[in-house]
Write a protein that binds this ligand. Sequence first.
Ligand code: FES
Length: 222
Amino acid sequence: MSSADNPERLDDHSQKRIKPEQPPPHRARSEEEQLQELLDTRYMADLGPMKSGWGRRQFLNISTIAVTFAGLNLFIWPFLQSMNPAADVEALASTEVDLSPIGEGQAVTVVWRGKPVFVRRRTEQEIVEAEDVDVAALPDPAPDSARVEKPECLVVVGLCTHLGCVPRGQRSTDPRGDYGGWFCSCHGAQYDTSGRIRKGPAPTNLEIPPYKFVSDDIIRIG
Ligand code: FES
């Protein structure tokens, strides 16, 4: 705006000359101001889609999903926590067995995770019978050495692999079948002194549970 566009005029009351309004002197913007302006421009450009209806809808949708998810999380978390096994149940996940009271040729039955587990301290003869077989000819081939930690101690899950009956043979007076291990009277499955299926309808050997010796005479199952 020049003085020609805005000429001097007289004040109506004082009759003094009034100088035309001058525009503020131009001031060079600092680098800091220019950088801020650039950032503001970039920010507004990023928010560009928000100005449209589509952008607002998408924002609202995402917000709704986030709030719903947080709400579900609050509801589901206590439910999931309630499904965690209690401390006493976790304790049953492993069972320790003291072998020292078990004499040679005797067996005990313990419960592990709701299943019977047979622990037999084998005699020298039972060990020889278990090792001296043609492994390739077995229905479910497995060498005895792969089924025991120590030859004198056999640990198997006491459930027939046919239909889950509990085979007999834990007591010395029980029938043990032709192979000296266990006999399942349900349908006649016979297991040897390594718990391997030798005769009858059972498809696989008695299962070996996870276990380890925690001392010379104590094993931990599970
Ligand atoms: S359940 Fe053991 S033979 Fe059938």
